[in-house]
Design a binder for this molecule. Structure first.
Ligand code: ZN
Length: 134
């Protein structure tokens, strides 16, 4: 079973922490040990894991990504959102987190972030938990 939750982004580019929502989805499965896959079915968004204690960290990452991939260049994609597609590919559309005793085995400073690169939009996140073999 895949669980899907929706979120609405409010900026053109932003990181939104979704750790609590993912943990909730893991809890609903009742699976104690295994792997949690977090996947976005979008080509201009991504999933990343990084520090959540200081919100400046995700702002800095976004600032540097926006420098690495300029908003305007000689892009060929006529839709005009090539920078968003490129940033999506750089960060990737999924992450895997081990599940131990029903909890995401994240480090103290780690949080799971939905990364918007072509907002504001309505977005989806899929969660799949694979139980450990007995
Ligand atoms: Zn496009």
């Amino acid at each position: 079973m895949i669980q899907t939750f929706q979120l609405r982004t409010t900026q053109q580019t932003e990181f939104i922490e979704i750790t609590d929502g993912v943990q909730e989805a893991v809890k609903k499965t009742g699976i104690e040990n295994g792997l949690c896959i977090i996947f976005v079915p979008h080509t201009t968004a991504a999933i990343t894991i990084n520090e959540h204690a200081d919100p400046s960290v995700s702002r800095d990452i976004l600032m540097e990504l926006n420098k690495m991939v300029p908003l305007s260049d000689h892009y060929r994609h006529l839709e005009g959102n090539s920078p968003a597609h490129i940033k999506s590919t750089l960060l990737g559309c999924s992450q895997i987190v081990p599940v131990e005793k029903g909890r995401l085995a994240l480090g103290t400073w780690q949080g799971i972030f939905f990364c918007e690169f072509d907002g504001p939009r309505s977005r989806k996140v899929h969660i799949k938990v694979i139980p450990e073999e007995r």
